[in-house]
Design a protein around this ligand. Sequence first.
Ligand SMILES: Nc1nc2c(ncn2[C@@H]2O[C@H](COP(=O)(O)OP(=O)(O)OP(=O)(O)O)[C@@H](O)[C@H]2O)c(=O)[nH]1
Ligand SMILES: [Mg+2]
Length: 286
Amino acid sequence: MGYAQLVIGPAGSGKSTYCSSLYDHCQTVGRSIHIVNLDPAAEHFNYPVDMDIRELISLEDVMEELGMGPNGGLIYCMEYPVDLYCPCSLYFIISMLGHLEDSLDDWLDEQLENYLDDDYLVFDCPGQIELFTHVPVLRNFVEHLKRKNFNVCAVYLLDSQFITDVTKYISGCMASLSAMIQLELPHINILSKMDLVPNKKDVEEYLDPNAQVLLSQLNQQMGPRFGKLNKCLAELVDDYSMVNFIPLDLRKESSIQYVLSYIDNCIQYGENADVKVRDFDPEEDD
Ligand SMILES: Nc1nc2c(ncn2[C@@H]2O[C@H](COP(=O)(O)OP(=O)(O)OP(=O)(O)O)[C@@H](O)[C@H]2O)c(=O)[nH]1
Ligand SMILES: [Mg+2]
């Protein structure tokens, strides 16, 4: 049985930074963890990359997919992935990952041969939310992981700066819900970059949102003609009472530890180990 976190969330929400802090934390506490880069556009890493999807995306792939010659393909590779907000870049990532769908599974199988049965993998995903809300590539990837006997959970990061504005917060919630429904995985929402929130009290009401409060805030910000829509949105958040957030402050080891324990619990990490220990408890045999 393997364990995996799929770290998702909008561009710039802090996924790669979270992965690197998690890695450092695990180093400190002497725990083994492997970080996988699933972002074909990533350039710099603050963690050792154990598996790297960029090994799969070669110039040949781009040339074949986009019908470009070697020079055009190279320029495309070099230029577009840099600007993640560029629609062409979005197209690039989605089309490349879509193109890779089958080979992604084969690549994973090949890579997993180097790992042990109970290894813990953390997948640092690209920030194009369409990848987990619209197209099935990540979902299929997750299904493959599950077939490989992995307990997987989605870790959705939302930048705490989003919640200075209730409309942005609702849009973050909707994207999270959409990922939750599309991926059908145990799902944990994290409010990232808490060090940038001066007063923690400001965010408290958003951690476990109350539909009525959200509704009145939305109505205050938006014109009366959005009243019905706001009511539906607030009800939706309420219906899926799973939309709550755990705050994460990377400056504090205790905060990282809390989030990690929460996730471990969700994917039942450690439970098997307990069983194994108990099974071979010499005192019990006496
Ligand atoms: N203050 C603060 N800044 C953060 C934190 N996490 C990330 N950042 C900053 O936010 C920016 C984006 O962080 P990344 O970790 O690259 O975000 P990402 O989600 O991996 O971004 P993409 O891969 O582009 O989708 C960087 O400038 C980080 O330094 C945090 O906890 N606190
Ligand atoms: Mg990243």
